[in-house]
Write a protein that binds this ligand. Structure first.
Ligand code: GDP
Ligand code: MG
Length: 439
């Protein structure tokens, strides 16, 4: 999904503004990308409609180019699609709380039961495990083994017992042992089946769980969504655990579940180990799906750090080679805040091309400090009009900055080189080769 989307965004980046036409065309690609990622078609349609409305209705954010704007809108909508805010467990009422794990066979219920116990224990809860899958002989042992690994109490179920009794007895045992949360692992089937549903409903009625978590294998894509819907209709689930997100799951399930069931994903399984459980953060998953975490961070930073008009003004100055040491110093200081020259370059409209020309221009921190010292020693007038520079001024500046005239010269000539290159690349009219201003 990521690859596909980034190529869409690349297409946008050549364009000056968002128009109905280029938005339509770009969104066609986004739509295909989502369908390919196995996102439910109804969800895709809803999603695209909303993104389109926003793209066309929005005041153009001056600091961002069309590609960045579309990315931002797609990202915002994707977070919305994934459920907006992070929703944790809602454990209230009488203790011990009960969390019931449900889902198809092999989806990862038992593993997630162990992971969740591990997670809850870290937040000072005292979990009690209850194996209620009496159909697969190994299932009970599997959870008992996990409990032993975690050094947590577990109900001593056997395959002869009735799952409803197990649930009830386990809650009583947990209360006796002062445990405040029971995690109930239930049986699954290969397919949705009426008998199983009835059994789960009976368990639900017997122990009134605070949470009923549907465990879904993310690799099964759309199927996971259909199954989630069925479990939700029968049990009114309270949330979803999406497992195997460490595999090459295409993300489709994550994107559709909330819309189809109305229930949020609360946790994601990221591996087979007991520690491989993460609280689900819609914003993080969205950037992971978009594969553009960096870009998004920059956009956020741009919005807070660079004022839109200022960025435009800077662009104009560069075009006319009017970029002076004052501007340079401002950018340099800002660069420190943002981390690197690279990140600044990305933020200024039209700087992409310049960046390619300059290559990987990493200025070490020490060098930056020295450069800033030299610039600080200039008078305001000198910073505005480097052309004023003469030998006595250079000597004064070198002394002030604790450096040599040679270093000052070097900075001046590098600066002028940069200024000319900016002018050329930013398309500032005719190239006046050979006629460099005197420094
Ligand atoms: P259950 O039948 O629903 O109880 O499923 P299990 O908990 O027994 O898990 C089935 C298989 O999936 C096991 O081999 C687990 O190790 C594996 N599994 C569960 N969750 C994850 C996960 O998040 N990532 C990976 N890679 N494997 C998982
Ligand atoms: Mg199991």
């Amino acid at each position: 999904l990521s690859d596909r989307l980034s190529s869409v965004f690349k297409k946008f980046s050549g364009q000056k503004r968002l128009t109905e036409e280029n938005v339509q065309e770009g969104l066609r690609e986004v739509r295909l990308a989502l369908l390919e990622a196995d996102v439910n078609f109804k969800v895709v349609k809803q999603f695209i409609d909303r993104v389109r409305d926003k793209c066309l209705g929005q005041d153009v954010l001056k600091g961002l180019n069309p590609a960045q704007q579309v990315i931002k809108i797609v990202n915002d909508e994707m977070i919305e699609l994934l459920g907006g805010e992070t929703t944790g467990l809602d454990l209230r009422g009488q203790q011990p709380y009960v969390i019931m794990m449900v889902g198809l066979q092999g989806s990862g219920k038992t593993t997630s039961t162990g992971k969740l116990a591990n997670h809850l224990r870290k937040s000072k809860m005292r979990p009690y495990l209850a194996p209620a899958d009496v159909y697969r002989p190994a299932a009970i042992d599997q959870l008992k083994t996990l409990a032993a690994q975690l050094d947590l109490p577990v109900y001593d179920s056997t395959v002869q017992m009735n799952p409803v009794d197990i649930a009830r007895n386990a809650v009583a045992a947990a209360r006796e042992q002062q445990c405040n949360v029971v995690i109930l692992d239930t049986a699954g089937r290969l397919h949705i089946d009426e008998t199983l549903m009835q059994e789960l409903v009976a368990i639900k009625e017997a122990v009134a769980p605070q949470e009923i978590l549907f465990v879904a294998d993310a690799m099964t894509g759309q199927d996971a969504v259909t199954v989630a819907d069925a479990f939700n209709n029968a049990l009114d689930i309270t949330g979803v655990v999406l497992t195997k997100m460490d595999g090459d799951a295409r993300g489709g399930a994550a994107l559709s579940i909330k819309t189809v069931t109305g229930k949020s994903v609360k946790f994601v399984g990221m591996g087979e180990k007991l520690s491989d459980l993460e609280v689900f953060h819609p914003d993080r998953i969205a950037s992971r799906i978009l594969g553009m975490g960096d870009v998004l961070t920059l956009i956020e930073k741009a919005q807070t750090t660079i004022k839109e008009e200022e960025a435009e003004e800077l662009g104009r100055k560069m075009q006319r080679a009017e970029f002076d040491f004052e501007d340079f110093r401002t950018q340099m200081r800002r660069m420190r805040k943002l981390g690197s020259l690279e990140s600044i370059m990305k933020l200024i409209p039209g700087m992409g091309a310049l960046r390619e020309k300059l290559g990987d221009m990493q200025v070490p921190e020490k060098e930056m400090v020295r450069i800033e010292a030299i610039i600080n020693s200039m008078t305001r007038q000198e910073r505005r009009q480097p052309i004023l520079m003469n030998t006595s001024r250079k000597e004064r500046i070198a002394r002030g900055a604790g450096t040599t005239v040679k270093e000052v010269d070097k900075l001046l000539s590098n600066f002028e080189g940069m200024r000319q290159m900016m002018k050329q690349v930013m398309g500032g009219g005719k190239k006046k080769k050979g006629k460099m201003p005197q420094l």
